[in-house]
Design a protein around this ligand. Structure first.
Ligand SMILES: Nc1ncnc2c1ncn2[C@@H]1O[C@H](COP(=O)(O)OP(=O)(O)OP(=O)(O)O)[C@@H](O)[C@H]1O
Length: 373
């Protein structure tokens, strides 16, 4: 296990890591996320004793890295794949590391096979591509068969096959009961690889929870509801949903976005109002959406071209016609902020949907209810 308590690192006036406390447990892949410059690499360097904390401490298996006996056999790290003597072959690079740590030569050939570099083992690493360098760095981390592994951006430069391989490798290492701590900016990959997430911003802890909890805590889950195009169907349902405490907003494609009510309740309310549902599906945010939402305020470096590039503002809540006035005001739900854009091909600036989004509906065109997106 890795444990940080009040971990702090200052470089002059700059506080790179600020009073950080967390635990990275064995048997799981723990993702380490944060915007550029948030202190991930500095934290990892302190874990392996390359930087000394200004305050606080970080231990591996209860000991500071520097006091671990034969540390390379207990902790393996890929922090900078370029930190290799370019004039050495891949095999000689690993051999020199193995000799320093008393690791048998046979293990060098074994890890070269594990990372798929056996055919280029005698080539100088200076001629390696970015992806080959990453594989060599991973081989070096695995060399001592350690129980604790740290990977800083391990998929950087890897092709899709390589990314898939790293994903399976991390999961396998965790399933063997090892502690796996991995940083990445590739959210889709983290969503597939990590079980747990530690998120930092400006050196401070923002979140420490499972991927599943992180997504549900940082996303505005909502239901997408589609009804027949007759305006009265839409209005009847909207009135029933608002009266029950829901919040209804039009989606650019004509569907309704409903927050504050569970799916079965929406279904019951539609039934009670005599409205046929053509679609009732849950929307769950991706890890990327949840991450962007959480770290919005902790981003140091943002393009001046478009501060919220890729995100679109939410549409205004659905307006009921005047004759349905007197209904309860919808509660304020965590639906503020920005959300992911509509699917490609749909203009985010599309006007509010017309009451007749499907001019010639046909029964066979109906969408399945309870469809999962
Ligand atoms: N040796 C150093 N001297 C001075 N400042 C440093 C040093 N190392 C890191 N910093 C600063 O500390 C902050 C955190 O840097 P760090 O590299 O740990 O962030 P990071 O989260 O790994 O970023 P990225 O995602 O871009 O790799 C940055 O502002 C960086 O400029």
């Amino acid at each position: 296990m890795i444990e940080a308590v009040g971990l702090t690192k200052r470089y002059g006036a700059k506080t790179a890591v600020d009073n950080l406390s967390f635990q990275v447990r064995p048997g799981a892949v723990t993702g380490f996320l944060g915007p550029n410059g948030s202190g991930k690499s500095t934290t990892m360097r302190m874990i392996v004793g390359l930087d000394r904390p200004t305050a606080g401490r970080v231990t591996v298996g209860g000991h500071p890295f520097r006091s671990l006996p034969n540390a390379p056999r207990q902790v393996g790290a890929l922090l900078d794949a370029k930190a290799v003597h370019g004039g050495r072959s891949a095999r000689n690079h690993l051999l020199s590391l193995a000799q320093l740590a008393g690791i048998p030569t046979a293990r060098v050939d074994e890890v070269l096979g594990v990372v798929g570099l056996q055919d280029v083992a005698k080539r100088r690493s200076s001629g390696f591509s970015l992806g080959m360098g990453q594989r060599l760095g991973i081989a070096a981390a695995l060399l001592g068969d350690p129980r604790v592994l740290l990977f800083d951006e391990p998929v950087n430069g890897l092709d899709p096959e390589g990314i898939h391989w790293v994903r399976n490798l991390m999961k396998q290492l965790a399933s063997e009961g090892r502690t796996v701590f991995v940083s990445s900016h590739l959210m889709s990959e983290m969503a597939l690889t990590a079980d747990h997430l530690i998120v930092i911003g400006r050196g401070q802890l923002l979140s420490d929870m499972s991927v599943k909890d992180f997504i549900s805590a940082n996303s505005a889950d909502f239901a997408r509801v589609r009804v027949p195009p007759e305006p009265e169907q839409r209005e009847k349902l909207t009135a029933a949903l608002i009266e029950a405490g829901g919040r209804v907003m039009p989606e650019p494609d004509g569907a309704l976005r409903v927050t504050g009510l569970p799916l079965p309740r929406i279904s019951d309310l539609a039934h009670g109002a005599g409205v046929r549902l053509w679609q009732l599906s849950p929307h769950q945010a991706s890890l990327e959406e949840a991450y962007m939402r959480m770290t919005q305020g902790a981003v140091d470096y943002r393009s001046t071209a478009d501060a919220k590039e890729g995100l679109v503002p939410p549409p205004p809540p659905y307006e009921l016609p005047p004759d349905t006035g007197g209904l309860a005001q919808p509660p304020e739900l965590p639906q503020r902020g920005w959300y992911a854009p509509p699917p490609p091909g749909r203009s985010p600036a599309a006007p509010a949907p017309s009451p007749h989004p499907h001019p010639h509906p046909h029964p066979t065109e109906r969408e399945t209810s309870e469809e999962s997106r």
